[in-house]
Ligand binder design. Structure first.
Ligand SMILES: Nc1nc2c(ncn2[C@@H]2O[C@H](COP(=O)(O)OP(=O)(O)OP(=O)(O)O)[C@@H](O)[C@H]2O)c(=O)[nH]1
Ligand SMILES: [Mg+2]
Length: 332
């Protein structure tokens, strides 16, 4: 099973209390203040590590609490800092605030770190409050409260092929026909709200992972629809299938919209190798099918309903993936 998300609760340590204390020595009736500061609370830091490949561990353990700072002591003794916690996550993990959905960080490169909750500062001891007027302050600070937060971790998909299409184009149906995955299918837009992965097998030759994604609409690059959330997932796929509904609307305009969004989003999406698939051809009576112009790109005609063209699609994707793998190998 591919686990690619987790929700965890993080609580940083509180700062230690500052101390109120006075020097006591023989024959010194009124010693000065010598209360030390409290130590800082420990923080919780996420770090992208090459060796991690899933977020599975975070399903077994979801609560993390960093150590609090020790309280300050007499004789200007500073409290020890609480230990911070370093949590390793896979490269490609996106961190979001659970409540607001805001992206807190995108740990894209090995070694990237993100302080998710910060430990509270240690309180100052009374030695710090002495002034020429107030020589014996009975005042110290309590430590700051450590931050706490619930965060969603999400691993950008490790799919080989990403399905890109307008809502209702038939992406989920296609994935369900080509793999054992069972995404929700319905005759209305935005049925799919989060990515679904399926393993597509080719007899003995091998297999590849295909991702069904939420429908893409105009303005997605600016966050419309499911926008960035969705586009982020295809940053790491090798090949894209642009799925166009042959039975509704106009495939040429749809194509222009989709490519336009990919290009405005950037991140190399528009340069990725892609294949155009004209879907739902069973619902078009006209034969031969109208010939569309997609700038000379290859088109596969398919029907997820009847299965027509699916073998062809599978083979072509497999070939593209192998070419891609060879190219990236020779590119080092
Ligand atoms: N006739 C016919 N209908 C299809 C075909 N593929 C999908 N459909 C229908 O088209 C509608 C939308 O299918 P989905 O697979 O949910 O479309 P989607 O692209 O995943 O949609 P979103 O998740 O909303 O973006 C459903 O009613 C399907 O039954 C096909 O090959 N032929
Ligand atoms: Mg869908």
């Amino acid at each position: 099973m591919l686990i690619d998300s987790a929700t965890i609760e993080l609580r940083a340590g509180d700062g230690g209390r500052g101390c109120i204390s006075f020097r006591r020595e023989k024959y010194v009736p009124r010693g000065g203040p010598n209360g030390g500061d409290g130590g800082n609370g420990g923080s919780i830091v996420l770090k992208a590590a090459e060796g991690r490949c899933t977020l599975l561990d975070f399903h077994y353990r979801r609560h993390y609490k960093a150590e609090r700072g020790q309280h300050g002591g007499g004789s200007n003794k500073r409290g020890r800092n609480g230990e911070s916690i370093l949590l390793e996550v896979p490269v490609g993990t996106v961190v979001r605030d659970h409540e607001t959905g805001d992206v807190l960080g995108d740990l894209d490169q090995s070694g990237d770190t993100l302080v998710v909750v910060k430990g509270g500062r240690g309180g100052r001891g009374n030695a710090r409050f002495a002034t020429s007027i107030e020589q014996a302050p009975r005042k110290a600070e309590s430590g700051g409260v450590g931050g706490s937060r619930i965060v969603d971790l999400e691993l950008k998909l490790l799919a080989d092929v990403g399905l890109v299409g307008l809502p209702n184009a038939g992406k989920s149906t296609l994935l369900s026909r080509m793999s054992a995955a069972r995404p929700k299918i319905a005759d209305f837009p935005f049925t799919t709200l989060s990515p679904v992965l399926g393993l597509v097998r080719l007899g003995h030759e091998g297999s590849f992972v295909m991702a069904d994604l939420p429908g893409l609409i105009e303005g997605a690059h600016e966050g419309r629809g499911l926008g960035h959330r969705f586009l982020k997932h295809i940053e790491r796929t090798s090949v894209l299938v642009i799925l166009l509904d042959a039975a509704g609307g106009n495939p040429e305009t749809d194509y222009a919209t989709l490519v336009g969004e990919l290009s405005k989003y950037g991140e190399g999406l528009v340069e990725k190798p892609r294949l155009i698939a004209l879907s739902k051809i069973d619902a078009v009576t006209e034969r031969p099918l109208p010939s569309y112009r997609f700038g000379g790109e290859d088109v596969v005609e398919i029907s997820a309903a009847t299965g027509e063209g699916l073998d062809d699609l599978r083979r072509r994707l497999w070939t593209m993936l192998r070419v891609f793998a060879e190219e990236s190998e020779s590119a080092g």
